[in-house]
Each structure stands twice: as C-alpha cells, then as structure tokens.
Design a protein around this ligand. Structure first.
Ligand SMILES: Cc1ncc(COP(=O)(O)O)c(C=O)c1O
Length: 392
C-alpha cells in the first residue's frame, strides 16, 4: 500500500512553485498563462521534482559557497564523488564498480555526445527505442548521425527485439541508446529483457549507451538492474551514464557520472573524455557526493511520497485516456490517441485543463503525453481533476 499520509511536501503550493521561478513553473507560458477558464497553468512538462532537495545536499552546497570552492575540479573531489557513487551503486543495485572507472561529466547529454563521437565508427547511425526522452531524437542529427527510431511495443511497453535486430541490419547502426528506468514510459526493464538486448547488440558488433539517470527511482520492490552488470558481453560493449540529478533533484548543478565497465573503454575515455569532463561544475560534484553518501533517507522518503502520487494517478478517472503507471521514474505516459482529438493532446489539456504536459510527438510517440508526477500531492490532484473535467 502506498503511503498517502500527510507529508510536509503537501504544503507546497502552485503559487510558491511559480514564485520559485523554475523552468517547470515559468516555461511554456506557465509563469503567467491561464487556461480557457482563466485558471493559472500547472507545470507538469519538465522531468524534475518540485521538492526541496535533501538537507545534506543543501549543507554541502552551503559549505562549498562558504569556502568559495568555485575553482576547477580537484582530483580529490572527483575521487570522493566516485567513491560515494560506487558505494551507492553497490549497496542499492548490487553492482561493484571500481571508483577509478567512474568519471565526472556535466550531464548525461554530454556523456551521450562523447559516446557517439568517441566510441562509435564515424558516420554510423544511432538506434533509439521510441517513445524516448525528447533530445535523444535530435542530438544524433546535430552530430551528423542518423537517428533511427525503433518503436517499442505498446501497451505495456516493451523493447521490440525483432525490430531492433532488423534496424541494426538495415541502418548499419553501431549504437543503441537504452534508457532504464525508461523515460517516458516508466518501464523498468528486467534482467531477462536486458539479456535479450545483449544478444541482439552482440549479433551486430554494436554498443550500448546505457542511460541510467533514473536508476534510484523504482517502485513496488523492483530492482534496478544496471545493464552493464548483466554479463561480460554487456560490460564490454557499454558506456553507462547516470547522475544524482533526478533522484535528488539537482539538474541545474551540472554533474553526472560516466561508468566505464571495461579496461579498453576506460583507456579510451581517459584519452578522449577530457573535454566532456571539463565542464562539470565543482559545486555539483560536491553536492552529488553528499547526495550519494548522505541522502539515502531523504530519497527513501521521496520514493514513498512518489508512490502515493502514483496511486493518485491510478485512481484518477481519465475516461478514454490510457494510463501507464510508472514502474520507475516519476513520469507517467498517457495515451490520448483514443480521444479522437484534431490537435496534439497536450494543446487540448493546456487550453481546457490548464495542465502543461510534454506532447508525445516530441518523444516520437504522437497521440501520447508525458506527465511529471513529482509535485505536491494536492497540486497533482488538482491537475488530474481539471483533466478529468476537461474530458467530461
Ligand atoms: C532519461 C533521461 N536522460 C537524460 C536526461 C538529461 O539529463 P542531463 O540533464 O543529465 O543531461 C533526462 C532528463 O530529463 C532524462 O530523463
């Protein structure tokens, strides 16, 4: 049973969030826009949480500011981050990684760019199961690489292995972007599913970019299984990227981590990864170290709260809309294709309900929408009530 008891996060109001000025509460007209009924808009389109981060993280940032630790990254800070990240991954996911093989990057997108540029043959396409995190659809193209969408099977969403197999053959792609837990479907892939992916990737001598930024955010007793931990073959063909930014809500602090899982990749990264590491922010490294080392109790509390929000979505009547209750992440995929709208569903719900969602077309899943659940429960309840009213 999810914990739906009163929680301090319940007291966070939409007005306070708007006053906070985050992109989620100021972008796409949310700052001062209203819906057809004159109600202020509710921001639910950015994958971040509306909760203040963990106390130890705030203390780390305060301490770094107090000591003016704004210089370039020192080796000792990188080592502390790697040790804290390795300990967290070992305890939480049962995968022991040599801290020497955990490297700082500003963010996961930078890690993807570095992986495409330094770990795949020039000019080769990139396979992307869709729907997907929006920038993944466009970044390969900016690097002169074709992005080959491979629709997942729906619903429930699963990787379409035959389609992946065929796409490797027809495109000559040498990289698969594998996001797990998956944004935007909320799937948490099982060990068996991941092993099946390895068989396909090996057949084509390809690689995997394992985006595990949402790794700590799984529900119902599920385990996050790091892809590179599933076999020697997977470890040999994978660059893993993660970050404390989703689970502790720190995306603006600009610190992610790349995990190299074989000696050849670690050597290649140390030769070529330098530029990707260079723009990592020192306060972000110190904050992320604190999150991994001292933020576990906060994380567990947040997971329980998010579980209550999942229950709210599960129980919300949204006639004609398919709901994917996320197995992991705080993102829910809503299938509005059955509504027969003659406009993108996000436009309908922004105007009629004042709820600003990510349109599925941006994720390569037209007809769908992505809803961020990580807000105060009364705010989520209002968003869902307004959406239900718009449907009736
Ligand atoms: C699955 C996934 N990957 C990558 C990112 C981007 O992460 P970063 O800000 O570290 O580049 C996000 C952000 O929402 C995400 O959800």
């Amino acid at each position: 049973m999810p914990d739906t008891a009163a929680h301090p996060f319940d007291a966070l109001t939409a007005d306070a969030m708007r006053a906070g000025g985050s992109w989620k509460w100021s972008g796409q007209g949310v700052g001062d826009g209203v819906d057809r009924h004159g109600r202020p808009l509710i921001g639910a389109f950015v994958a971040e949480m509306d909760f203040p981060t963990a106390g130890p993280v705030v203390e780390a940032v305060r301490a770094s500011a107090g000591a003016s630790q704004f210089g370039y990254l020192a080796d000792a800070w990188v080592a502390d981050l790697a040790a804290a990240c390795a300990a967290f991954w070992a305890d939480r996911f049962g995968w022991s990684v040599d801290p020497e093989r955990i490297r700082p990057v500003p963010d996961v997108m930078t890690a993807l760019v570095a992986t495409i540029e330094h770990f795949t043959p020039p000019g080769t396409p990139v396979l992307l199961p869709t729907p997907a995190y929006m920038p993944f659809l466009t970044v390969p193209g900016r690097l002169g690489r074709e992005m080959v969408p491979v629709p997942m099977t729906a619903a429930p969403f699963a990787l379409d292995l035959d389609a992946l197999d065929a796409a490797f053959v027809s495109s000559g792609a040498k990289l698969l972007v594998l996001t797990n837990p998956h944004n935007p479907t909320g799937r948490v892939f099982t060990r068996d599913e991941l092993r099946a992916v390895t068989a396909v990737v090996e057949r084509h001598g390809a690689r995997v970019f394992a985006d595990e930024i949402h790794a700590p955010l799984v529900f119902d007793g599920r385990a996050h299984v790091p892809y590179a931990s599933t076999s020697e073959a997977a470890a040999a063909h994978t660059v893993t990227a993660t970050s404390a930014s989703k689970a502790w809500n720190l995306p603006g602090l600009k610190c992610g981590q790349v995990i190299l899982s074989n000696a050849a990749d670690a050597a290649r990264w140390s030769e070529r990864g330098y530029l990707a590491e260079h723009s990592t922010a020192t306060p972000g490294v110190l904050a992320s170290t604190a999150a991994y080392a001292h933020g576990r109790a906060w994380l567990d509390d947040v997971l329980a709260y998010l579980d209550g929000n999942r229950a709210l979505l599960r129980d919300a009547p949204l006639p004609g809309v398919g709901k994917e209750i996320p197995e992991g992440t705080y993102l829910a995929w809503l299938d509005a294709s059955g509504l027969g709208l003659d406009e993108p569903p996000s436009a309908f719900f922004a105007r009629e309900a004042g709820v600003v969602l990510t349109d599925g077309a941006l994720c390569g899943g037209p007809g769908g929408m992505r809803l961020t659940l990580a807000t105060a429960r009364p705010v989520l309840a209002e968003a869902l009530e307004r959406m239900a009213a718009a449907l009736s």
